[in-house]
Design a protein around this ligand. Structure first.
Ligand code: PLP
Length: 455
């Protein structure tokens, strides 16, 4: 008898709508504030940076938003993505738990990020935008957006943090092959970049500086807009195609997850897999536990505060109500670059505050141990970010072994790590160290925020 290890959908089963959890949340998110007046700001403030349709989605409370045909058609290049049962991992852990994983690494750029990049490129194209600017750290988002812009014939300009640009050249090459214009940030092409270079000509750059450069470029050119790969409501919304597919696939497997584990940077892949399941909690009284796994070196969900703070380092964005370590917080240079953001999306923050989701922090050594075991048993080498979710799932599977319970665990395998082999090499050579942020460090970072606490 063949084992039932993979649960596939047909192309026509790719979702037709994005699911907007705001419609079903018991407490709606608080509004963003103008940092000057501390008054709520309206969506019109975003108009210089984003196309109208995305601004509409950003503030929408409509439950279902139809996916345009061209976007759905482009999704067909890799969607529906597969869902597998992890029999070999279960066996290695000697656990009665049943472990499944939804794999977004089959996308052209290797992660979940094209789900929103494609939608964003399309809406920009429809409104006549000629160029999209963005920032990227290690390059996952930059490569997703470069791919999406190539699909819709839009120019793409990427400000890549200099240290990653120099040390991790392969994603840069992928972006350039997709046709993007990639700069090592800081550059001398923007006011923000020139200011940094004047102070430090050898600046390694940071995500905050790269954001400032990309935003400045878009704000100064009527034909150019800016795109963000996580955190914002419309980004989370686009990712919900993942969870909608996963529900159908789990039904084919004849189960529903008791626990969902996803890594957490700004919240987009976590939202993507979990929001459609949380809807079942809200509307059908289910009790699916959704666990966001963050690095112990950047523990905004488990050690940060729920309060108004800036989204960027420089303080140019509106104030957002979110879990944060303070916008000036600089995390240790761990390999999971995609999880080094100081804050969390507004919607996920509200859900955590209301105890409708859970969070845990995991050290990078435990993460890579989990990632290596997963690679050996399931064959796919996960992104360092993704290893956090695997580590959380392994913790839960071990609890099942102790209690004898056969829980169903769903891992979000949101990206592969084939461009991150250096990180595995460092782990295997024993040169990775534990990075735990002390409570004193957290307090120091939080004291720099001047805005009101909400707790
Ligand atoms: C970008 C990225 C993340 C973190 O971002 P989220 O918005 O929290 O999903 C996690 N995993 C992978 C593979 C990524 O590329």
């Amino acid at each position: 008898m063949m084992k039932n290890r993979r649960f596939d959908l047909l192309p026509q089963e790719v979702p037709t709508h994005f699911y907007n959890i705001v419609a079903d949340m018991p407490n709606k998110p608080l509004p963003p504030l103008n940092p000057g007046t501390m008054e709520p700001i309206g969506p019109e403030a975003l108009a210089p940076l984003f196309p109208e349709e995305l601004i509409k989605q950003e503030v929408s409370a409509e439950q279902m938003i139809e996916i345009p045909d061209e976007v759905r058609d482009t999704y067909l290049k890799y969607r529906p993505t597969p869902l597998f049962r992890a029999f070999e991992l279960e066996k290695a852990l000697d656990t009665p738990a049943k472990i499944y994983y939804k794999y977004e690494g089959v996308s052209p750029s290797g992660s979940h990020k094209p789900n929103t990049a494609i939608a964003q490129a399309y809406y920009n194209k429809m409104e006549g935008v000629k160029k999209i600017t963005t920032e990227t750290g290690a390059g996952q988002w930059g490569s997703a957006l470069s791919f999406a812009c190539a699909q819709f014939n839009i120019d793409c300009e990427v400000f890549m943090v200099r240290i990653s640009h120099d040390q991790k050249p392969y994603r840069k090459m992928l972006m350039q092959t997709y046709g993007a214009d990639v700069h090592a940030s800081p550059t001398n092409t923007t006011e923000a970049g020139r200011k940094i270079l004047a102070e430090d000509p050898d600046s390694p750059g940071s995500l905050g500086i790269a954001i400032s450069e990309a935003v400045e470029k878009a704000a100064n050119d009527p034909d150019t807009k800016y795109a963000l790969g996580s955190v914002l409501n419309h980004v989370l919304l686009h990712q919900t195609v993942i969870g909608q597919e996963a529900i159908k696939q789990m039904e084919k497997a004849g189960e529903m997850p008791d626990i969902i584990c996803a890594p957490f940077g700004g919240g987009s892949n976590f939202a993507g897999i979990s929001f459609p399941f949380l809807r079942m909690n809200f509307t059908q009284g289910r009790k699916i536990r959704c666990i966001a796994s963050e690095p112990s070196s950047c523990p905004k969900l488990t050690k940060g505060e729920f309060r108004y703070d800036f989204g960027d380092t420089v303080g140019m964005t509106p104030l957002m109500p979110m879990y944060t370590l303070g916008h000036q917080f600089v995390p240790a240079p761990i390999h999971a670059g995609g999880l080094r953001y100081h804050g969390a999306g507004v919607v996920v923050s509200q859900l955590l505050k209301d105890k409708l989701i859970e969070a845990e922090a995991i050290d990078q050594l435990e993460c890579f141990e989990a990632g290596v075991l997963f690679t050996q048993k399931e064959g796919i080498l996960p992104a360092p970010e993704t290893c956090h979710a695997i580590a959380s799932a392994i913790r839960e599977a071990k609890k099942c072994k102790e209690s004898g319970e056969s829980k169903v665990i769903l891992i979000h395998l949101c990206g592969h790590g084939y461009f991150d082999l250096k990180a595995y090499d460092d782990y295997l050579k024993g040169s990775l160290v534990k990075h735990e942020l002390s409570d004193a460090d957290v307090q120091k970072a939080l004291q720099k925020i001047q805005t009101p606490s909400l707790v």
